[in-house]
Structures are given as structure tokens and as C-alpha cells.
Design a binder for this molecule. Structure first.
Ligand code: ADE
Ligand code: ZN
Length: 346
């Protein structure tokens, strides 16, 4: 049932609403303060131009300008304890934003380049996930392949991660999209599917609608991360709607990485009007000016979306989560109960 919440209580409704975070790079939750502290602790130097950019919050010009800073900062992460503290800090923030299910990407290849084994990363992150569960936040991990690297590197990464197979639920595909089509990773994803791993892929963020099609047809992606450029292809929109393919949309990221100029220009209303299974997420919140609630609040305010639309997106998030039927029912019931109780308090 749609919530009955007056506009002056929309912000309160959003803040307290139970949510699923499905598009979040754990390395993208590294706040500047923690980056500088870990650099000191590990005796690593953040390059001076990157340190300046972090201090001043210098704007990004596109995805690549962000990735350059993001990989440079990720280099301060060295030990299992670093990864644990990173994820622990994020999960505490997420819980405060009403997140009750989190599926977090991690980029083992960016750490392998510094000689850090996949096991070090996975053990630290999984410890934080277990701890969060004790506090009522159900968290899981998705291993993400870097698409600017080649298929061989992806296969090697998968092999290194397989001893920890029980500690991640699926795989994704991220990094520089243009010029790196999904077809590059067809065989790696086929192997992942044969291992029973869930599959998702970034597509249609900066790349063309054909990459969304490829992610579905070639990689067997169950969800599309971003996907906003699907609107350029009406036949693709019809397909995404008919198959109810989830799109994990990140409004603050899209504005900061110049996918759109201003929040007021974001395609979210058009995606919703097209009947697509859109949910909102935060991508790399330490770099983009806000965590999950800020994505909801700023998008809803700039785009004049109401409580029913916010509720619909939260519902879509739980429907898209990689959980069993019983758990999904429990998550949806929590959202429904919340929405009902807010309506009663009018
Ligand atoms: N890695 C971290 N954030 C990303 C994004 N928004 N797109 C592609 N790769 C990423
Ligand atoms: Zn992303």
C-alpha cells in the first residue's frame, strides 16, 4: 500500500524508511580523514596532487577523473584490519540511514596491484559483515572485476578469490566503461554463473545502451548498475520493463561525475514513468557528497518526487536484493509496516 505522507514530512519519512543498499563500492566509502590516518599508520604517501584534491574537494570532470583519485586513495588500504575498519565504519553509517540489507562491491584487483592478496581483503570485509549482522544489518559482498584490465587478469582474480567462495555472493563489473564492453568478460562471467555466483554489471553510466544489452545477453547480468542511458533506446526500455530488470541508480554520483549537469536534470522521473524497476543507491559516498539518505533526499527534493515514489524505489531495492524468498518477505514486511505506521501518525 502506498504511504500517505504529507510533503512536509517527506524528509522524516525518507530518513526512517528501511532500505537496501545494492550499489556501493566499499573503497568508495573511504572518507578523507580515514585515508590520511591509514596513510600515516601504513607509512604510505598519498600523491600530493591527490591529497590536495581530497582536502579541497576538487570537482570531477568525468568517470575517469574520479577513478584516478579513487584508485590513488585506495592505495592506503593494506591490512586485513584496514579493510575491516573501512567496512565497519561504512556499515555503522548505513545502519543510521535505515539500511537493513547491504550488498557491497570490493575491487580486489586494485589491491592485488600492490601485492595484497584477495584473502586479506575478503577476510577483513567479511568480519565487518558478520559484526553488522549482530547489530541487525544484513550485509554481503560482491567481487567486482575491473573492466579496464583484461580477461586473463579477471580469471586470475577469480581463482585467487575462490578459496573464499562462501564469503561473497556474486560478482560485478566496474571501472572505465567507455571502450571496455561487456563482451570482454563473457567467459569469466559464464564461469562465475557456473559457480552459482550472482552477476551484476555497471552499464549505461557513461557507456551506450548497447552495453546494457550486452550486460544482459552476454554476461547474464541479473541487475544493471546505473543503466540511466537506457532511455536512449525505447526497445531496450521496453525489455527492461517487461523483464523487471533492476536498475541501481545513484543520483549524487551521476551529478558529480557529470552524467547529468544538475540534480534537477536527472533522468530519474523518466525512468520511473517508464515503469522501470529503479532503486536508489550511493555508489562512492565519501567522494560524492552523501550516503543513501542524501541520495533520496536530494533527488526527491530537486525532482519533486513524493513519498509514494520514494517508497516504490525502496520496495524495488528489496525486490532486487540477492536474498531468499523468506528473507525478502521479511524485508518487504518491515518496509510495509513502517510505511503504514507513518501514515497513521499524520
Ligand atoms: N568504481 C567505483 N565507482 C564506480 C562507478 N561509478 N563507475 C564505474 N566504476 C566504479
Ligand atoms: Zn558503481
Amino acid at each position: 500500500m502506498d504511504p500517505n505522507v504529507p510533503s512536509e514530512r517527506l524528509s522524516e519519512f525518507i530518513r526512517g524508511m528501511p532500505k537496501a543498499e545494492l550499489h556501493l563500492h566499499v573503497e568508495g566509502t573511504l572518507e578523507p580523514e580515514m585515508a590520511f590516518a591509514l596513510a600515516r599508520r601504513n607509512g604510505v604517501e598519498i600523491p600530493p596532487d591527490v591529497a590536495d584534491a581530497l582536502r579541497s574537494g576538487r570537482p570531477f570532470t568525468d568517470l575517469q577523473s574520479f577513478l584516478d583519485r579513487y584508485y590513488a586513495c585506495s592505495s592506503v588500504l593494506r591490512t586485513e584490519q584496514d579493510f575491516f575498519e573501512l567496512a565497519q565504519a561504512y556499515l555503522l553509517r548505513a545502519a543510521a540511514d535505515g539500511v537493513i540489507r547491504a550488498e557491497m562491491f570490493f575491487d580486489p584487483q586494485s589491491h592485488a596491484a600492490r601485492g595484497i592478496e584477495a584473502g586479506t581483503v575478503i577476510r577483513g570485509l567479511s568480519r565487518a559483515c558478520r559484526e553488522a549482522k549482530d547489530r541487525g544489518l544484513d550485509a554481503a559482498l560482491l567481487l567486482s572485476f575491473l573492466r579496464h584490465l583484461d580477461e586473463k587478469a579477471a580469471f586470475e582474480t577469480l581463482e585467487q578469490a575462490l578459496p573464499f567462495r562462501d564469503q561473497f555472493i556474486g560478482v560485478g563489473l566496474d571501472s572505465s566503461e567507455r571502450g571496455n564492453p561487456p563482451e570482454k568478460f563473457a567467459r569469466v562471467f559464464a564461469r562465475c554463473r557456473s559457480l552459482g555466483l550472482h552477476t551484476v554489471a555497471h552499464a549505461g553510466e557513461e557507456g551506450p545502451p548497447e552495453y546494457i544489452q550486452g550486460a544482459l545477453d552476454v554476461l547474464g547480468a541479473e541487475r544493471i548498475d546505473h543503466g540511466v542511458r537506457c532511455l536512449e533506446d525505447p526497445a531496450l526500455v521496453a525489455r527492461l520493463r517487461a523483464a523487471r530488470i533492476p536498475l541501481t541508480v545513484c543520483p549524487l554520483s551521476n551529478v558529480r561525475l557529470r552524467v547529468c549537469d544538475r540534480m534537477e536534470d536527472h533522468p530519474l522521473p523518466r525512468l520511473l514513468e517508464a515503469g522501470l524497476a529503479v532503486s536508489l543507491h550511493s555508489d562512492d559516498p565519501a567522494y560524492f557528497g552523501g550516503y543513501l539518505n542524501q541520495n533520496y533526499l536530494q533527488a526527491c527534493s530537486a525532482l519533486r518526487l513524493d513519498a509514494a515514489q520514494a517508497y516504490r524505489m525502496a520496495r524495488n531495492g528489496f525486490e532486487a536484493a540477492f536474498v531468499g524468498a523468506q528473507e525478502r518477505q521479511r524485508l518487504l514486511e518491515r518496509l510495509e509496516a513502517y510505511s503504514g505506521s507513518m501514515g497513521d501518525r499524520r
